[in-house]
Design a protein around this ligand. Structure first.
Ligand SMILES: C[S@@+](CC[C@H](N)C(=O)[O-])C[C@H]1O[C@@H](n2cnc3c(N)ncnc32)[C@H](O)[C@@H]1O
Length: 255
């Protein structure tokens, strides 16, 4: 009886939390504060400020926490990531898989990272990291047909797959990545598309980049979802984070 009471207290807490998160999602003023924060910190390259277990990770802390929650919930045995840079996100995913293994939630897990340009010093640091045995890296474009085939061959041995897209942020590139890798996402798991926020930022903010308003991960997600009802945007994530570079980018596979 005591246990039942405690369980229902937990349920009440989660119900109340979900209610508040929904309310925040309806509050345009508070949502704009989040967007303004990103707009104003972008010129300081705020997302470059953090490291995960020693490796620089190019993410906002809020999104890192959301990824932790997702990985614990989904319990993937394979995480496929496009865009390695300094390796922080690979090390983060590897550390989460190591925790899932340690807790005996999964038997063994792997991270597969693809980057067109893995700089020597980054490769060196990633390969000598204590978690490197959980990581496989491929150097080439993520939308190259041979590479896509290689990823599918590798994925064949895994049952529960989560995908993270964070490489070239143009519409065509992300759409090609979605077409290539979203089918690998297991039911109940996620395809996370980073930097959809570009669509919500001022026109001239990315003047030195091939992407910008109208040509970015969010426009690619919107086009992809038109013909892929097996994915739904998990709005609850952006509603609770308020500060996220992936609005409309947390895609849950529902069928
Ligand atoms: C934003 S960084 C990745 C950050 C990393 N996920 C993290 O959280 O630390 C983008 C990376 O995408 C890579 N990239 C650019 N074009 C690519 C392509 N066509 N295929 C694969 N990777 C690409 C770049 O070399 C760069 O390292």
């Amino acid at each position: 009886m005591e246990g039942f009471k405690e369980m229902s207290k937990n349920d009440d807490f989660i119900k109340e939390r979900n209610k508040v998160i929904r309310k925040m999602g309806e509050n345009n003023f508070i949502k704009k504060l989040g967007l303004d924060f990103i707009k104003l910190t972008h010129k300081y390259k705020y997302s470059y400020n953090f490291s995960w277990l020693g490796r620089p990770i190019i993410q906002y802390p809020q999104d890192i926490v959301a990824m932790q929650e997702l990985i614990w919930e989904v319990k993937p045995d394979l995480i496929i990531e496009t865009g390695i840079a300094h390796g922080g996100s690979l090390i983060f995913s590897a550390s989460m898989l190591a925790l899932l293994e340690f807790s005996r939630v999964i038997k063994t897990g792997k991270v597969l990272g693809i980057d067109i340009d893995i700089r020597e010093h980054n490769r060196f640091e990633i390969e000598k990291h204590p978690l490197s045995n959980k990581i496989k890296m491929i150097q080439d474009s993520s939308i190259d047909e041979t590479i896509i085939r290689q990823v599918y061959d590798f994925a064949r041995d895994y049952k529960n797959i989560l995908v993270v897209l964070d490489s070239n942020h143009t519409h065509n590139h992300v759409l090609a990545e979605l077409n290539a890798y979203a089918p690998l996402v297991s039911k109940g798991s996620y395809c996370v598309v980073f930097d959809t926020i570009i669509e919500d930022m001022p026109e001239d903010m990315f003047h030195d980049r091939p992407w910008g308003k109208g040509n970015n991960p969010k426009t690619a997600v919107r086009e992809y979802l038109k013909t892929h009802p097996e994915f739904e945007i998990d709005k609850s994530i952006e509603n609770k984070l308020l500060i996220t570079v992936a609005p409309e980018g947390y895609l849950r596979r529902v069928k």
